[in-house]
Ligand binder design. Sequence first.
Ligand SMILES: [Ca+2]
Ligand SMILES: [Ca+2]
Length: 135
Amino acid sequence: MLLQTLQANHTLILKPANWNPPNASNHLQFSWTCVNNKIGTNETVQVKQSLQVSSSIVGISSFSFDIIFEQGVYFPWDLNQDGVVDVRDLFILAKAFGSTPQTPNWDPRADLNADSIIDIKDKYIVALHYGEKYT
Ligand SMILES: [Ca+2]
Ligand SMILES: [Ca+2]
């Protein structure tokens, strides 16, 4: 499946909804690749969708569900993408501080200005947004 983006600095969210019968969701698990990936304007990404059926499924001979596509906002300075810019993000940055793509502690999430080194400029960007919460 090919998906095209809506806007820069956004993510595409897929989620199942309206299971029929409702208890089908207890036995079937929908997942997809590319979770939490940032998608740029006019960029196209390939996504693989999977449906896993539990071995404990009984009494369901047919089912249906909708797949909802949503646009999520991506805040790159929330390094662990947990919705808050806090010490956990600074910890990720600190572990990678001074690194480049050639060093073992490189973490591309922390290279916020995309200059292939994690340094004070990246720390400054996190600091600018420190304490922000996103819902
Ligand atoms: Ca965070
Ligand atoms: Ca950098």
